[in-house]
Ligand binder design. Structure first.
Ligand code: DC
Length: 230
């Protein structure tokens, strides 16, 4: 099948909106592939940090984005998809707030985004793809048949993130997380290249106060509308 005929569902939105969980649950339900594009930016941020690069040095960080080997591996026993960076499992390392901030900084460099463009497009494989990120529906897969922009209030997103990080045993405060989320939102929304904004044809879902199952159902219904004869 020509890649352009393979169905794509894009799920964009700010950090902590639940995109990751929703995208993964929806991909499982549909039996489609999953692209966690944020993990690619986090991987480059992580690799740049390992190399001791100055994150504002666009040339150096772009070279890093071009040469870092990033792959995803499904664990045999279920559980979280492993993120392998230059041969090393960095799944937990890339989830820290420091790495999130590094990802957000390097994601504002146009040549870094260009370096990751083809890699992201290569995830479009039969029978379909669920792509999660900031610019999936606007830049990477503008021809996607289904687009969602998922959001939630900053306070709710901070609370969710707090719970996640606590469960992982990482020490953070709710107030600090809220500040970081607000700062990251602003940086992601105001950058000149691929800013965080809904595609004109995206369906907006505000998940504040909504249980995960309800959000999953609201997204699935867009891809598999209920048949009138059922
Ligand atoms: O979704 P996330 O929190 O893992 O993403 C980490 C950072 O990467 C986020 O602050 C912005 C950036 N990002 C991006 O610019 N474009 C994407 N498609 C995905 C993530």
């Amino acid at each position: 099948m020509s890649p352009n005929l393979i169905p794509v569902l894009t799920i964009d939105g700010p950090s902590g909106s639940g995109k990751g969980t929703i995208a993964s649950r929806v991909a499982d339900a549909l039996g489609w592939h999953l692209l966690d594009s944020g993990a690619l930016y986090r991987a480059v941020g992580f690799a740049a940090g390992m190399e001791g690069l100055d994150l504002s040095d666009a040339d150096a960080v772009t070279r890093c984005a071009q040469t870092t080997r990033i792959s995803f591996r499904d664990p045999k026993d279920g559980g979280e998809t492993r993120v392998i960076i230059n041969g090393l499992d960095a799944t937990d390392d890339i989830r820290t707030e420091t790495c999130g901030a590094a990802a957000s900084a390097i994601a504002a460099i146009p040549s870094v985004r260009a370096a990751l463009f083809d890699k992201q497009r290569s995830f479009r494989k039969a029978p379909g793809l669920v792509a999660d990120g900031r610019d999936m529906g606007t830049v990477i897969f503008p021809d996607a048949g289904h687009k969602v922009f998922l959001t939630a209030s900053a306070e709710e997103r901070a609370r969710r993130r707090y719970k996640q990080l606590k469960e992982k045993g990482l020490g953070v405060t709710l107030a600090a997380l809220l500040r970081e989320i607000q700062a990251r939102d602003l940086r992601d929304a105001e950058r000149p290249v691929a800013p965080l904004k809904p595609a004109a044809d995206a369906v907006l879902i505000d998940s504040t106060g909504m249980p995960i199952d309800a959000v999953v159902a609201a997204v699935l219904v867009l891809v598999r509308p209920p048949r009138a004869d059922r």
